[in-house]
Design a binder for this molecule. Structure first.
Ligand SMILES: [Zn+2]
Length: 671
C-alpha cells in the first residue's frame, strides 16, 4: 500500500488526508522523500547539457514535492498537536534535515551551474521574477560558502559547526539558570497580588516541589510579580536574579560564549567577503546596511527616552509619596507604572471579555478582508488533524483562492504562541497550486469562547500573515507568500492589526455575548488608549537591546561584550531605572542561533512600515479605501519575494517610510 503522505491526494482541494495518516507513516515517508529529493538534485547537478534556467533553476524549484508534502503535514501536527511519538520523530528529523539541506548547498557541481547562469544573466532573456529567483538562489549558495575552496572551505565548515554548538550551549545555560532559581513566598508575601498571579505562583511552587507558592524567572510570572507586589525588597531580589540570567559565574555563564560567538561570526563574514557580520546579515534585508538600521533606531531613541524620563519622574514622585528615598530603580518601574495605569486608564478586563467573542472576531477579520480585497469565506467540512480545527474555502467572485484553516484553542499538545504557516504555498510552476494556509493560536476554550483584547489582536495579526500567503500571485514557490526579507515579513501582519482598531469594526463585531449590545463608547475609548500606555519604557528597553545587537556585529568583534554593552548604553544615555529588554548573557534572539543576530531591530523596522502604510488609508479618508487596498494587494500582498522589498514599498506608498507615524502610533509625539 502506498504511504498516504506520498500518495496522490485526491481529497477536496488536494488537502492532506489527515484521516488516513498515522504517526507510523512519517518516518518511512521522510526516508523516501529525502531519497527522491537527493536523486533529483543529483540529476540536476550531473545534467550533461549546458546549464539553462530551465534545467537548473526551474528544475530546483520543481524538485522536492514529496518532501514538501511530508514536512508540511509533519510540522503542522508536531507544532499544534504533538505527542511523545511525534516529539521523538522531531528529534530524529531535525539533524537529518539540516544535514540534507547543507549537503545541497555544498554541492559544487550544482553551484557552478548556478554561477555560470549568474554570469550570463543578462543574455538569458529572463522575466523580472526569473531574474530575481536566479539571484536569490545563487546568493543562497554563495552565503552558505559554496564558492569557497580549500582551507577557507574547511574553516567555514568548522565555524558553522562550532557556532551551532555554542548556540545550543547558550540556550541550555539560560534554561538552567531559569530553572534553578526560584523565590519562596510566605502567605503574607502574597498580599497585593491579583488572583491570577497567586494561582500561577502556587502552581509554580507545586511544580518545584516547594513548601508554598514561588516566583520563578519565567517572564509570564516574574513580570506580573514586579508589576503588582508592594514588597520592594522582594521585587529587588527577583529583579536582580532575572537580570543576572546567564551571568552567574560557574559553568552556566554565557559571557565567554557570547564573546566566542561574536568572534566566529566576524571571521565567517570576512571569509564570505563582507566587511563584518552586520554587513553580511543585512545584505539580504530591506534595511541593507548597518547605517540604515542605526539611523532608524536613533530616530526613535531620542523621543522614546524623553518620554521615558518624563514618565520616570512621575513614577519617582509616587515612590517618594510611599516614603521611599533614593532614586527609582529598575525593580520599581513596573510596580509604579501599574499603579499609575490603574489610576489613569483602568480597563476592567473582566467587563471587556464578554464583548470579544472568538466567532465574532473571526467574522470581523473575514469581513475586513471582504471589504478590502473582495474575499468570501465559506465553511468547509473536511477531515483535519484535531476536532478543534475549522476550515473555510476562500473565494473571490466565485473563483477558488485558497483554503484557510483556523486552529484557535490552547491544549497541552500545542506549543505556546501563535503562528501562521502555509501547508501548501501558492505557485504556478511547474503547475498551478492554490495555497492552503493555517493560523494556530492558544486561546482559552469556552462556550462561547471569549478573547482578551490582546488575543483579538493576535487573531488579526496571524490573519494578516495568512492574507500574505493567500493573495500571493507569483510563478515560483521559492518567492511565494511570506518568503520575503525578515524585516519585511511582519508588515502584512502588523498592518492588519490596525483594522481591529478601526472604531466601526469593534463597533460592529464587539457585541455582548448575552445581550448582543455593542461595546459602550467609554470602554471602546479606553481599549484604544490603553495600547499607548508606558510606551516610553517599552521602546527604551527594546531599542537599547537592538542597538547593542547592532554594535556587536558592526565592526571588529568586541573582546569583552559586557564592556561593549556598557559603552553602548553609556553613549546613548540609558535611563537608570530601565534595564535592557534582553541583556547580553541572556539575549537568546542574538546568541541562541543566527535568526535575529544583527536583526533584533527588525520588529521596529516592520512597525515603522505598518504605521506608515496604514496612514496611507487614513490619508485617503477611509480604512477601507478600495484604491489603497488594490495598491496594497498589487505591490505587497501578492508579490511575495518576487521583487526587492524597498522597491515594493515605494511602489505602494510612493516613498520609503519615515518614523513619524510610528512615533505618533506609540504616543511618543503629539498626534
Ligand atoms: Zn507575525
Amino acid at each position: 500500500m502506498t504511504n498516504p503522505l506520498l500518495a496522490d491526494w485526491t481529497t477536496p482541494f488536494a488537502l492532506a488526508p489527515f484521516d488516513a495518516i498515522s504517526d507510523e507513516d512519517f518516518a518511512p515517508a521522510l526516508e523516501q522523500a529525502l531519497a527522491a529529493h537527493r536523486a533529483e538534485i543529483d540529476a540536476i547537478a550531473a545534467d550533461p547539457a549546458d546549464p539553462s534556467f530551465a534545467n537548473t533553476v526551474e528544475a530546483l524549484e520543481a524538485a522536492g514535492t514529496a518532501l514538501d508534502k511530508v514536512l508540511s503535514v509533519f510540522f503542522t501536527v508536531a507544532g499544534a498537536d504533538s505527542n511523545p511519538q511525534r516529539e521523538a520523530l522531531q528529534r530524529d528529523f531535525s539533524p537529518r534535515l539540516a544535514a540534507h539541506f547543507s549537503e545541497i548547498s555544498a554541492n559544487k557541481a550544482l553551484f557552478w551551474r548556478l554561477a555560470a547562469l549568474w554570469e550570463q544573466r543578462d543574455t538569458l532573456d529572463l522575466t523580472a521574477e526569473q531574474a530575481r529567483v536566479l539571484m536569490l538562489t545563487h546568493r543562497n549558495f554563495l552565503r552558505a560558502g559554496a564558492a569557497l575552496e580549500g582551507d577557507a572551505e574547511q574553516r567555514i565548515k568548522a565555524i558553522k559547526s562550532r557556532l551551532a554548538t555554542l548556540g545550543t550551549e547558550f540556550t541550555q545555560n539560560l534554561l538552567a539558570d531559569e530553572r534553578d532559581w526560584f523565590m519562596e513566598l510566605s502567605e503574607a508575601d502574597l498580599e497585593g497580588l491579583p488572583g491570577f498571579v497567586v494561582s500561577a505562583a502556587r502552581a509554580a511552587g507545586a511544580e518545584k516541589q516547594a513548601k508554598g507558592p514561588v516566583i520563578t524567572l519565567s517572564r509570564s510570572l516574574i513580570v506580573p510579580f514586579l508589576q503588582f507586589s508592594p514588597r520592594r525588597d522582594l521585587r529587588e531580589k527577583a529583579y536582580r536574579a532575572w537580570a543576572a540570567r546567564g551571568a552567574n559565574g560557574g559553568k552556566t555563564d554565557n559571557r565567554g560564549i557570547a564573546a566566542e560567538i561574536l568572534k566566529l561570526r566576524a571571521e565567517r563574514a570576512q571569509l564570505l567577503g563582507y566587511e563584518n557580520f552586520a554587513a553580511y546579515k543585512l545584505d539580504t534585508e530591506m534595511a541593507k546596511t548597518p547605517a540604515n538600521v542605526r539611523e532608524l533606531l536613533l530616530a526613535v531613541w531620542e523621543p522614546a527616552k524623553a518620554r521615558a524620563l518624563a514618565d520616570g519622574a512621575v513614577l519617582e514622585a509616587m515612590l517618594r509619596a510611599d516614603g521611599i528615598a533614593g532614586p527609582l530603580e529598575p525593580w520599581d518601574w513596573r510596580y509604579y507604572a501599574e499603579k499609575r495605569r490603574k489610576a489613569e486608564h483602568d480597563l476592567d478586563e473582566a467587563a471587556l471579555k464578554p464583548f470579544l467573542q472568538l466567532d465574532r472576531m473571526i467574522e470581523a477579520a473575514f469581513t475586513c478582508a471582504h471589504r478590502l480585497f473582495g474575499l468570501d469565506f465559506a465553511p468547509l467540512d473536511v477531515p483535519l488533524y484535531h476536532p478543534d480545527c475549522r476550515a473555510w474555502e476562500v473565494t473571490r467572485d466565485g473563483a477558488h483562492v485558497a483554503v484557510f484553516i483556523g486552529d484557535y484553542f490552547a491544549r497541552g499538545s500545542k506549543r505556546s504562541g501563535a503562528w501562521c504557516s502555509a501547508m501548501r504555498s501558492q505557485a504556478k510552476f511547474p503547475e498551478v497550486q492554490a495555497p492552503v494556509v493555517i493560523n494556530v493560536c492558544n486561546f482559552a476554550k469556552g462556550d462561547p469562547a471569549l478573547l482578551s483584547y490582546d488575543d483579538a489582536r493576535t487573531l488579526f495579526h496571524e490573519f494578516g500573515h495568512a492574507l500574505h500567503q493567500m493573495l500571493s500571485d507569483v510563478t515560483y514557490e521559492s518567492v511565494s507568500g511570506t518568503s520575503v526579507a525578515r524585516d519585511f515579513v511582519e508588515l502584512p501582519s502588523q498592518l492588519y492589526e490596525h483594522w481591529l482598531e478601526v472604531p466601526e469594526v469593534l463597533g460592529e463585531f464587539a457585541t455582548h455575548v448575552e445581550t448582543g449590545e455593542a461595546m459602550p463608547k467609554p470602554m471602546l475609548d479606553k481599549v484604544l488608549e490603553a495600547a499607548n500606555f508606558d510606551q516610553g519604557f517599552q521602546t527604551v528597553e527594546y531599542v537599547a537591546s537592538a542597538l547593542v545587537d547592532l554594535e556587536f556585529h558592526d565592526g571588529p568583534a568586541p573582546a569583552d561584550p559586557m564592556q561593549k554593552q556598557a559603552e553602548v548604553l553609556e553613549a546613548i544615555g540609558m535611563p537608570h531605572a530601565i534595564g535592557m529588554r534582553h541583556a547580553t548573557p541572556h539575549f537568546a534572539h542574538v546568541f541562541s542561533g543566527d535568526g535575529y543576530s544583527s536583526g533584533y531591530y527588525s520588529y521596529m523596522w516592520s512597525e515603522v512600515m505598518d504605521a506608515d502604510a496604514f496612514e496611507a488609508f487614513e490619508e485617503a479618508g477611509s480604512a477601507f479605501d478600495r484604491d489603497r487596498a488594490r495598491a496594497l494587494e498589487a505591490n505587497i500582498l501578492s508579490t511575495g519575494g518576487s521583487r526587492d522589498a524597498a522597491e515594493l514599498y515605494i511602489a505602494f506608498r510612493g516613498r520609503l517610510p519615515g518614523v513619524e507615524a510610528l512615533l505618533k502610533g506609540r504616543g511618543l509625539v503629539a498626534a
